[in-house]
Design a protein around this ligand. Structure first.
Ligand code: FDP
Length: 339
């Protein structure tokens, strides 16, 4: 029986660790370090999931009173998730550095811990402004591999991206990841504490019938953005009829729906600051991992003029506009933006 047949035969019983090991066998050069790294990350995700699930019962709701590097209010669970990830991952032995959406600078691996060749960039709890009202949040991660020699300082120009994924803390907790061999989704079975394969080989349709955007920002958009969004409400679009609008306001949730049903999620360029128009989402810990996943599922991701995966970051916490989803829907928007 082939590996794919084994997966399909027993897919409800395949754990994420078994799945990772099956994929590891397909790369003869693999040392097992990447699998080890992902396993540590999965444990951190389970710990975060446990606290998110009990959020209303523990003293973890509300803000810490602090503001992060993005100028956003830090929620207690943001801080908790960030600490869990840093604590677990600095001990993994697989990383040479990390970066978190919650921290201004890169996070070095402390002296005394084994260093590896990977870089982990994460948003510990995306959509955290939704936590207090019990709406889905998630953890997003991107795994980079250093291209510079091992005995030199690790820098953010080390940009090979062998893996990316997210954990969605929703009615059930789901892990969706790619290592460049398709996109696979796992659901946490709390009774056994394991993520089990529930969504093998996820594929997005070529076009959908849902658009997702914060239309409250319309006043700050440029004309081409308004024209594209209005197009989704007309019959002049890839589906040939008006789309439905869905917007949770939590990237992982909006992305996960888009990945499964098709359509498009957008956080367009806006002119809130007329001197410097910009997108809201962070390139390295939000747009880039989601773009990798979306392309692996057969979709597309653009900043309006460039493929997200072709953008070289100029600094940590750089923001970009994001148009991500079904190929035809993304092309439809970028055609407006570049007309
Ligand atoms: P949040 O500010 O709640 O953390 O990048 C953060 C993010 O949420 C995304 O998860 C979400 O897609 C977006 O911001 C929502 O922004 P708006 O409230 O401006 O629509």
């Amino acid at each position: 029986m082939t590996e794919t047949e084994i997966i399909h035969e027993n897919n409800k019983q395949i754990t994420v660790t078994e799945h990772l090991l099956l994929h590891q066998k397909k790369s003869p050069a693999a040392t097992g370090m990447f699998t080890h790294l992902l396993n540590d990350l999965i444990l951190a995700a389970k710990l975060i999931s446990r606290s998110v699930n009990k959020a209303g019962l523990l003293d973890v709701l509300g803000g810490t009173g602090e503001t992060n590097i993005q100028g956003e209010k830090v929620q207690k669970l943001d801080e908790f998730a960030d600490k869990i990830l840093v604590h677990r991952m600095e001990r993994s032995g697989a990383l040479c550095m990390m970066a978190s959406e919650e921290r201004a600078d890169i996070i070095p691996i402390p002296a005394g811990f084994t260093r590896g060749e990977y870089i982990l960039i994460f948003d510990p709890l995306d959509g955290s402004s939704n936590i207090d009202v019990n709406i889905n949040v998630g953890t997003i991660f991107s795994i980079l591999r250093r291209t510079s020699p091992k005995d030199t300082e690790c820098t953010l120009s080390d940009i090979l991206q062998p893996g990316a994924g997210y954990v969605l803390y929703g009615p059930s907790t789901m892990l969706v990841y790619t290592t460049g061999l398709g996109v696979h989704g796992f659901t946490l079975d709390p009774s056994v504490g394991e993520f089990l394969l529930s969504h093998p080989n996820m594929r997005i349709p070529d076009n959908g019938n849902i658009y997702s955007v914060n239309e409250g920002n319309r006043f700050y958009w440029n004309e081409p953005t308004i024209a594209a969004v209005d197009g989704f409400k007309s019959a002049n679009n890839p589906a040939g009829k008006p789309y439905s609008l869905r917007y949770v306001g939590s990237l992982v949730a909006d992305f996960h729906r888009t990945l499964q049903y098709g359509g498009i999620f957008m956080y367009p360029l806006d002119y809130k600051d007329p001197e410097s128009p910009r997108g809201k989402l962070r390139l390295q810990c939000e747009a880039s991992p989601m773009a990798f996943i979306m392309e692996q599922a057969g979709g597309a991701a653009s900043d309006g003029s460039r493929r997200i995966l072709d953008i070289t970051p100029k600094k940590l916490h750089e923001r970009v506009p994001l148009y991500v989803g079904s190929k035809k829907d993304v092309e439809y928007v970028t055609a407006h933006l570049n007309a």
